[in-house]
Design a protein. Structure first.
Length: 108
């Protein structure tokens, strides 16, 4: 018996297309969520590194101020987009930062 034209099953090609679509959408979702988590972790680590550098700077500046030492050196780490400037001829220190949550620039 032969089947009339137009009555053949299409389940096999449709199944392959659906599986490919599920794999592509799953991959896209994983990449999107993973990149967000990676960016968040990178920002958190950058903030922690800055806090530790400032704590070390405070500790060593206190040693000089209290007379325990004449000179102290601190290596301040920076990440992309951050930075600092050293002017050898000045005798004071100006520390400024940009508050990323509030958007304002602070000086101390």
């Amino acid at each position: 018996m032969s089947e009339p034209a137009g009555t053949r099953a299409q389940s096999s090609p449709i199944g392959v297309v659906l599986i490919i679509a599920l794999v592509i959408s799953g991959t896209a979702l994983t990449v999107a969520l993973g990149s967000e988590a990676f960016g968040s972790t990178q920002n958190q680590l950058s903030m922690e590194r800055a806090e530790k550098s400032m704590t070390q700077l405070d500790s060593q500046a206190a040693m000089v101020a209290l007379g325990n030492s004449r000179v102290q050196q601190v290596a301040l780490a920076t990440s992309a987009g951050d930075g600092y400037r050293v002017e050898e001829t000045t005798g004071w220190m100006n520390v400024s930062y940009t508050n990323l949550t509030g958007g304002g620039r602070r000086r101390s």
